[in-house]
Design a protein around this ligand. Structure first.
Ligand code: NAD
Length: 351
C-alpha cells in the first residue's frame, strides 16, 4: 500500500469510528403520525438509525413511504399498550392520538395508550438504560386560570369530562416519568407540546388548522365553534422539531417539563380570515356552540426553552400556513390521482 493509500485508509477508519460514536439508535413511537413522521425524517437526516413503532390508529403507512428505502429506518406494527423488547439508545414516546375527534372516538384506548404505553416504554428504558423523552401536551393545563402557562402551573383539568381521557392520560404519563426518574434514576425528559401545524397533518383530523384549510379550499362554510374570540398559539412543525432535538440531545440533568410552542397568540377568527385570504377562498364563517371543556385561551410561556437552549420559533403564521396549504393541495391532487383511486379500492378491500 502506498503512503497516500495508508493515510486514506486511516482517515476512513477514524471517520467510521467518529460516526459510530455519534450515530444513535432511536426508537420513535407514533412514528407514522403527524409529528412522528417529521421527527423520524429529522433524525435520519442527522445520520441516526430510527426504529419506528406504530399501530396505525391515526398514523398512515403512506407517510413513511419515502423513508422505507433508507437502510437506517425500519417500522414495526405494534400497540404500545403491550410490552416490547427493543434495545435503543433513546426512546421517544409520541404514540397517542392527538386530535379531539380521534381520541374522543376511542377514549379508553387513548387513556390506555398514555398510561400503559408510557409505563411499558419506561420499563424498557429502565431495563436497557435508554434515555426517554415523553411527548406531553399543553392539555395538561386544561382550561388554564393562569396566562400564559408556565411549567410551574399545575393546571385546571376536568377529570371526568370528554377530554379527560387525553388530558388525564397525559398527566398520569408525566407522573410516571418523574416517578421512574426518582425511584430508578431513569433518564427522562418531558416536553409539553402546544398546538402545532404543518405538512403531514391529516386533512380529516378535525384540528382547527386542518379543518379551516380543508373547508376554505373547498369554498365551504368555515365552522367556528363559539364566538371565534378564543385565542390559540400555533407553532410551525419545523420549529417544534428543532426544539425537540435541542431537548433530546441536552444533558441528563435536564428533565423538564418544558413548554414548546409559539407564544404568538391569534383569535380563531383571525386564523380563519387569514386562511380564507391565503387560499383565495369564497368561504363564509358560520358559528356553532362551543364544545365541552374547550379552553378559552392557550399560550405557552417559553422562557425556559429560550434560556436553556436559545430556542425561539422562527416561522411566522403566514409562511407556515402557506406551506400547509401547499401540502393540502398536493394531498388533494394525490387523492384524485391513480394512487388515490388505488387507496380507496384498497380500503374497500377490492384490491
Ligand atoms: P397523531 O395522531 O398524528 O400521531 C399519533 C401516532 O400514534 C399515530 O401514528 C398513531 O397511529 C399512533 N398511536 C396511537 N395509539 C397507539 C398505540 N396504542 N400504539 C402505537 N401507536 C399508537 O398525533 P401527533 O399530532 O403526531 O402527536 C404526536 C404526539 O405529540 C402525541 O403524543 C400527542 O399527544 C403529542 N402532541 C401533539 C400536539 C400537536 O399539536 N400535534 C400537541 C400536543 C401534544
Amino acid at each position: 500500500m502506498t503512503l497516500a493509500g495508508l493515510i486514506c485508509f486511516m482517515l476512513r477508519h477514524v471517520y467510521d469510528l467518529l460516526r459510530f460514536e455519534y450515530m444513535k439508535k432511536i426508537l420513535v413511537t407514533g412514528a407514522a403520525g403527524f409529528l412522528g413522521v417529521h421527527v423520524c425524517r429529522r433524525l435520519l437526516a442527522d445520520g441516526h438509525e430510527v426504529i419506528g413503532v406504530d399501530n396505525f390508529f391515526t398514523g398512515k403507512r403512506r407517510n413513511l413511504d419515502d423513508l422505507l428505502s433508507n437502510p437506517r429506518f425500519s417500522i414495526i406494527n405494534h400497540d404500545v399498550t403491550k410490552p416490547l423488547e427493543i434495545v435503543a439508545d433513546y426512546i421517544m414516546n409520541l404514540a397517542c392520538p392527538a386530535s379531539p375527534i380521534w381520541y374522543q372516538s376511542a377514549p379508553i384506548e387513548t387513556i390506555k395508550t398514555s398510561f400503559l404505553g408510557t409505563l411499558n416504554l419506561l420499563e424498557l428504558a429502565k431495563k436497557t438504560g435508554a434515555r426517554f423523552l415523553q411527548a406531553s401536551t399543553s392539555e395538561v393545563y386544561g382550561s388554564p386560570l393562569e396566562h400564559p402557562q408556565r411549567e410551574e402551573y399545575w393546571g385546571n383539568v376536568n377529570p371526568i369530562g370528554i377530554r379527560a381521557c387525553y388530558d388525564e392520560g397525559k398527566r398520569a404519563a408525566e407522573s410516571l416519568c418523574f416517578d421512574f426518574f426518582r425511584v430508578y434514576g431513569t433518564y427522562i425528559k418531558v416536553i409539553r407540546i402546544f398546538n402545532t401545524y404543518g405538512p403531514y397533518m391529516s386533512i380529516d383530523d378535525g384540528r382547527v388548522v386542518s379543518t379551516f384549510v380543508t373547508q376554505a379550499l373547498a369554498n365551504q362554510p368555515i365552522t367556528m365553534f363559539g364566538s371565534g374570540l378564543q385565542t390559540r398559539s400555533f407553532c410551525f412543525v419545523d420549529d417544534l422539531v428543532e426544539g425537540i432535538m435541542r431537548v433530546l440531545w441536552s444533558g441528563d440533568e435536564i428533565t423538564g417539563p418544558l413548554n414548546i410552542g409559539n407564544p404568538h397568540e391569534v383569535t380563531l377568527l383571525e386564523l380563519a380570515e387569514k386562511i380564507i385570504h391565503l387560499t383565495g377562498s369564497k368561504s363564509e364563517i358560520i358559528f356553532k356552540p362551543l364544545p365541552h371543556d374547550d379552553p378559552p385561551q392557550r399560550c405557552p410561556d417559553i422562557t425556559k426553552m429560550r434560556t436553556l437552549f436559545s430556542w425561539n420559533p422562527t416561522c411566522d403564521l403566514t409562511r407556515g400556513l402557506q406551506k400547509t396549504i401547499e401540502y393540502f393541495l398536493q394531498e388533494q391532487a394525490n387523492a384524485n390521482s391513480v394512487y388515490g383511486v388505488e387507496n380507496k379500492l384498497l380500503k374497500q378491500g377490492i384490491l
